[in-house]
Ligand binder design. Sequence first.
Ligand code: FAD
Length: 238
Amino acid sequence: MNIVCLGGGPAGLYFGISMKLRDPQHTITVYERNRPGDTFGWGVVFSDQTVDNLIANDPDSGEWIKDEFIHWDKIDCFLNGEVERSDGHGFIGLGRKKMLQLLHKRCEELGVKLVFEREFEAENLTTQFPEADLIVAADGLNSKIRNADLDIFECTVDVRPNKFVWLGTKQKFEDAFTFIFEETEKGWIWAHCYQFDNETSTFIVECNPDVYDAYGFEEMSHAESAETCRKIFENYLG
Ligand SMILES: Cc1cc2nc3c(=O)[nH]c(=O)nc-3n(C[C@H](O)[C@H](O)[C@H](O)COP(=O)(O)OP(=O)(O)OC[C@H]3O[C@@H](n4cnc5c(N)ncnc54)[C@H](O)[C@@H]3O)c2cc1C
């Protein structure tokens, strides 16, 4: 079968790997608008069970991913400076960019063709990709292909109100996955923090729309909003 994957995020790449493993005769091409090293974002986390599933599906890439991961079992939950620690949650963290690089490498090894810097449109897919027996839409959360016809994909979209920003920090949070809840004069705001390599942690800051408006985050530049978050959580950031 001639298979075209539209979108070279984790879903498109991993689908390509999985199909090739099941039948190496398939011709599989993944189309992606970005360049190979362009990816956004800091670290991602997976549960131990997820890693087991990856290893069961493809031991090679599963083991590479496992080797790159930072592992922890504990969760610390700070509420206005007081910590509650719980144990027994197996989790691992890895840089999103590193994960995509490993998946690129595995695709190349198995003969999945990667085409970067190619934008596709949601319309006339069969004209854009006449060679395809199967087209897989893997174009992410804001999928143009899915959004072009939500009914045909039987898709419902439920947008939640909270706002978040995905930041990174050199503070390591190496003992535990850490949640920090702070009650500020403008209301509650909280951070999800986890290490993903030897030097860096993800630091996601989240709040509800009232607090977001009270801080004026919408009008701030990226640097100003990062600095505002740094001040709110400075006791934890070293
Ligand atoms: C702050 C944050 C933290 C997260 N943390 C985690 C985590 O810890 N663990 C976890 O498992 N998940 C996490 N996620 C979710 C994870 O990022 C997504 O589930 C995952 O990226 C989805 O993969 P995907 O391949 O479906 O989509 P994407 O990663 O969005 O990939 C889609 C790809 O398609 C390409 N594309 C889209 N449209 C076009 C077009 N028209 N032409 C060409 N290319 C196109 C995009 O450039 C992109 O590379 C997090 C997400 C966020 C926002």
